[in-house]
Design a protein around this ligand. Structure first.
Ligand code: AMP
Length: 410
């Protein structure tokens, strides 16, 4: 019972094929530079012991249609599947589901039209996600396809937390509110935490820190998101690789009114030239930390700012949750940087947060506890797996649809 998860970007397509009996990956790949004269494809073909063969090729992929067709061919050529009849469903990552989509949703023309209508809220992402859906439907018209939204997990955020204090009519008209992102990651990690603690998700409160190129933090109460740091767009909240995160909105007005920057230049400044990159010139945390070790003061400032923001959100979400069972670090930086974890948790003993410095540096590739034995709040590193979450939600959605159909006909 295989499900293919697809994440279609503006010039790339990422995919992963899972055996849903075991949740094991069978194959995965990335097609980059689609639309350029040469495009790079890299693939992994997994063996039953979890190891994999890595393969790559460079061919021209004119567009997303070529990209998906090549993936379809490769899956059969590599014997990852015999033919498309082995696929029970395809799940697509869709970044913005607006207020409309609170669940993974079986794709049909109405759903595609609704995703199209949400393009003004995610002008960079939704068109690419939609393109991926269109070409995948053309390639595999008989396989059920499901849209899994990054925003859906945050639908449980109460009104007082998702409204901005703007004129209510304007906000309604323009669909301005906190939507939140990285939902599949926050959901995957909070479910994995429940398994680790051997409790049902509805009995656990946690603060989940997704620290990757983009970064967000979610307050999870009883398995549901009750607040998250990203807002109407993925620009709000924590400091990120190239995004500024929280900023006085007056700064944006100042830039527009007092400099020659156009609105789109301000957009690019805040999204692509700020964050770690804006402060020290590098957006890859490994490079930033290397520079700190060499005594670079701007890199040190960037790291201090980065950790300070995380700490502020831990404090804020400790206040909005009735109690906190665990803090979880995930994604590239969260999973791999003991230094950032240590800085983010430093001096929080008064909140019941005690990191164990030895456990923090000896983290394996699996989920790990890194709190000290006397810590009231547990601290974990849990690797995220957004593709597997998309595949799981796809299967769940298809089963629900089946049971509804069966229910109706019986
Ligand atoms: P992601 O978006 O989840 O792939 O995360 C990308 C981020 O993780 C980049 O900023 C990388 O620099 C960072 N990262 C990956 N490995 C490490 C590491 N060993 N130490 C610090 N940061 C890392």
């Amino acid at each position: 019972m295989n499900i293919l998860a697809i994440n279609s970007g503006s010039s790339s397509i990422k995919f992963e094929l899972f055996d849903m009996h075991t949740s094991a990956p069978l194959a995965s790949g990335l097609s980059e530079s689609i639309g350029e004269p040469t495009s790079q494809q890299s693939y992994r073909l997994y063996k039953s012991d979890g190891s994999y063969d890595e393969l790559s090729e460079t061919i021209a992929l004119k567009n997303h249609e070529d990209g998906v067709r090549r993936i379809a061919q490769w899956l059969v050529e590599s014997k990852a599947i015999k033919d498309s009849s082995e696929l029970v469903g395809i799940g697509h990552r869709v970044v913005h589901g607006g207020a409309e989509f609170s669940q993974p949703t079986r794709i049909n023309t109405d759903v595609m039209a609704a995703i199209r209508q949400l393009i003004p809220l995610a002008p960079l992402h939704n068109p690419a996600n939609l393109r991926g859906i269109e070409v995948t439907l053309a390639e595999w018209p008989d396989i059920p396809q499901v849209a899994v939204f990054d925003t859906a997990f945050h639908h449980t955020i109460p009104a007082y937390a998702h409204h901005y204090a703007l004129p209510a009519n304007l906000a309604r008209e323009q669909k301005i509110r906190r939507y939140g992102f990285h939902g599949t990651s926050h959901q995957f990690v909070s479910t994995a935490l429940a398994r680790l603690l051997d409790k049902p998700p509805n009995e656990i409160n946690s603060i989940v820190l997704h620290l990757g190129n983009g970064a967000s933090v979610t307050a999870v109460r009883g398995g549901q998101s009750i607040d998250t740091s990203m807002g109407m767009t993925p620009l709000e909240g924590l400091m990120m690789g190239t995004r500024c995160g929280d900023i006085d909105p007056g700064v944006i007005l100042h830039l527009l009114q007092s400099t020659d920057l156009s609105a789109s230049e301000v957009d690019s400044t805040l999204n692509k030239k700020s964050g770690l990159k804006g402060i020290c010139g590098a957006n890859d945390m490994r490079e930033v930390l290397r520079r700190v070790n060499e005594g670079d003061q701007q890199a040190l400032l960037a790291v201090e700012m980065y950790a300070y923001r995380i700490k502020k959100y831990i404090g804020a979400y400790s206040a909005v949750l009735p109690h906190v069972d665990a803090i979880v670090f995930t994604a590239g930086i969260g999973e791999h940087s003991p230094e950032i974890r240590a800085r983010a948790c430093a001096d929080l003993e008064h909140l019941g947060i005690h990191l164990d410095s030895q456990r923090n540096v000896h983290v394996s590739s699996d989920s790990c506890a890194i709190h000290a034995d006397n810590s009231r709040i547990k601290i974990f590193v849990i690797p995220t797996n957004e593709e597997l979450e998309i595949a799981k939600q796809t299967l769940h959605c298809l089963r629900e649809a089946d049971s509804t159909t069966t229910g109706r006909s019986s």
